[in-house]
Structure formats: C-alpha cells, structure tokens
Design a protein around this ligand. Structure first.
Ligand SMILES: C[S@@+](CC[C@H](N)C(=O)[O-])C[C@H]1O[C@@H](n2cnc3c(N)ncnc32)[C@H](O)[C@@H]1O
Length: 317
C-alpha cells in the first residue's frame, strides 16, 4: 500500500531548489537495523556517553521522577530499540518502583522487537508500546492518563539535534502543551567538542552511516517505484563548528534523471548537486539553557558524562 504522507513529502522535498528528504524516513526496517549498527561503531561516541550518564545518575533521576514514591509514566519518544532507556527500566523494575513504561515509535518493526524483548526480560513490567507519531501518542496519553500521575517524557539519543534551533523551540513548546505543571522532560543533547571527533562519528570507516543515508534512495525505489542508482550518489557529511551543525548530504556524481513512477515524476540532477538528508546539531550548556527558557521550561539538572561529550538535561513544566 502506498504511504500517502511519504509520497507527498518525497515529492515536495525533491522538487525544492535544495533537494531534501525528511530525516524521519530513515527508519524503515533496514534503516532501523543500520542505525543499530551505527550505535555500535566505536567512533559513534554518543550512545556510550549517554548510557554512562544513565548508569551513573539513575538514582538521582529517580528522585526527580518520583516524589514520595508516587507512580509515574515514563514516556520514551522515538524509543528505537530502547537500548539506553533499558538502563533505567531495568533498575526501576528491579527496585519495585511504581511506573509505567510507554515507548513511542513510528517504526513498527523496531517497536515489535522491543515489545518482545521487554516481555521476555521483564514479564511483570507495566508497559504499553505505542506505534504512533509523537503527537498522536501524546494526545492519546493526555486523554487516558490517571489524574495526578506525573508524565516523565524522555527524548534521548540526541534526537533533538535533528531540528534547527527554531524547530527545537517549536517542538518543545508543542510538547509542553501536552503536559501539566510538575511534569518532566529529559532530553539528550550532543555537546560541542573537538570538530574532528564529531566529523569522524559520521564519516565512519565501515561506511555504515553512508549506507544508512543511501537507504533513503532504496526506500524510494521500493515504495514509490523509483529508479535511483544509489552508487551514482556519494554520502558527504560536514561539520560547521560555528553553528554546531553536522550536515549530511547525498551528492550526485553525474548529471542524471531519476524517474519515480508512483509520483509520475522525473527528478533532474546536475553533476555535484546534493540532496540534504539530515542535520545533527551540537549544543553548549548555555545554548541549552536559552532553548529551554525560550520554550518555557525550567532547567532542573544537567547530567553529563565524564568527558563532557553529552548531556541529558532534565526540564520541568
Ligand atoms: C535516532 S533513533 C533514537 C532511538 C533511541 N531513542 C536512542 O536513543 O537510541 C530515533 C527513533 O525515533 C523514531 N522517530 C522519528 N521520528 C518520529 C516521530 N515523529 N514519531 C515517532 N517516532 C519517531 C524513529 O523511528 C527512530 O526509531
């Protein structure tokens, strides 16, 4: 079945002067699998830093999440395989903390694998996986949450880095509109650091990040009847230390025309023309504090790793 929104977004993105493909389309079954491989690359430092933060601070986080041992709902937006969140889930479960775990993800394949692994590892865990878009899930939770139960929203893995600053403010302000006073949000931000370290994380030696980006073209071929030849494109990431933006592009190696049958579209590429695929924005602590205050949140605490590469910042409505 044709995914109407995917078709519309691809048509729009490939018709623009600077061609682009929205990053949300990275995560089909193969894309989700490739992202799991990326997370295991030694040069992709982000997951290891975030896991070390969650390990180190899981108790102090709990003190914020659950005042007077009251139950809370741990809502994991864009949970993926929850490899990091499981650090908290396992610890809270073992310590008989009263909480519900609510992973939310658009990707059906990753969420069903996660549900299976949660049921197997923690048969008594109170969890409810939502295969929905962030806002659909939050809307549902707004209607169904027990009165007085605190929502603790996790947005980990530097997902927020995929937005520009303005988009981040809009995202956080919208998120706030689904929450009540006292609810919490914990966001993973990748911090500015030596540019070489950032660049290497995306220009990995095994070419897995390149395959992850090129998978977008395979996806268009499969789902929309495109005839992209992925080997006629080259993945090119670059980092601007001034803006903190790591930009990912697919560059056309030759002048070419690509047909996309379902869209009745011919896409013309000049040699060296690019498709923009992703922003991965890096922050300073000051920039995070400005962002939080512009979106109307109070900063409760910054939890950082020992190298100061990454931070999980806890915000309160
Ligand atoms: C970069 S992965 C991060 C996974 C995990 N949080 C982590 O830290 O490893 C992003 C995940 O967010 C999901 N996602 C992206 N946009 C989404 C949206 N609008 N609604 C729900 N899930 C989304 C993707 O399917 C993907 O599994």
């Amino acid at each position: 079945m044709l995914n109407k929104k995917f078709a519309e977004d691809i048509q729009e993105g490939l018709s623009k002067r600077q061609k682009s493909i929205p990053f949300i389309y990275f995560y089909d079954e193969r894309g989700s699998w490739l992202f799991q491989q990326i997370m295991q690359l030694p040069e992709y430092y982000l997951p290891a830093c975030e896991v070390s933060i969650l390990e180190e601070h899981k108790m102090s986080m709990l003190n914020h999440f659950s005042s007077k041992k009251k139950a809370f709902n741990l809502i994991d937006l864009g949970a993926g395989d929850a490899s990091k969140t499981k650090t908290l889930v396992q610890y809270y479960h073992e310590n008989e903390v009263k909480f519900t775990y609510t992973p939310v993800d658009l990707s059906t394949s990753i969420l069903s694998a996660l549900s299976e692994s949660l049921s197997a590892a923690y048969p008594e865990l109170n969890y409810r996986a939502l295969n929905k878009d962030y806002w659909e899930a939050l809307d549902l939770l707004k209607q169904n949450t027990n009165k007085g139960e605190r929502k603790v929203v996790l947005f980990l893995g530097a997902n927020i880095g995929n937005f520009t600053k303005d988009q981040s403010i809009e995202f956080l302000s919208t998120l706030k509109s689904y929450l009540n006073p006292g609810d919490l949000v914990m966001i993973g931000f990748d911090l500015k650091k030596r540019p070489e370290i950032i660049y290497k994380a995306y220009r990995d030696s095994k070419g897995i990040t390149a395959a992850f980006n090129l998978n977008l073209l395979h996806r268009i071929n499969q789902e929309l009847g495109g005839n992209f030849k992925p080997n006629y494109f080259r993945f090119y990431p670059y980092y601007n230390p001034q803006t903190g933006e790591l930009m990912s592009h697919l560059v056309s190696l030759k002048k070419q025309v690509v047909q996309i049958e379902s869209l009745e579209m011919n896409v013309e590429f000049e040699q060296w023309e690019s498709i923009h695929t992703e922003i991965s924005k890096k922050y300073t602590i000051n920039e995070i504090e400005t962002l939080a205050s512009e979106a109307g949140f109070a900063v409760k605490e910054h939890f950082q790793d020992t190298k100061n590469y990454f931070v999980d910042t806890l915000l309160q409505v």
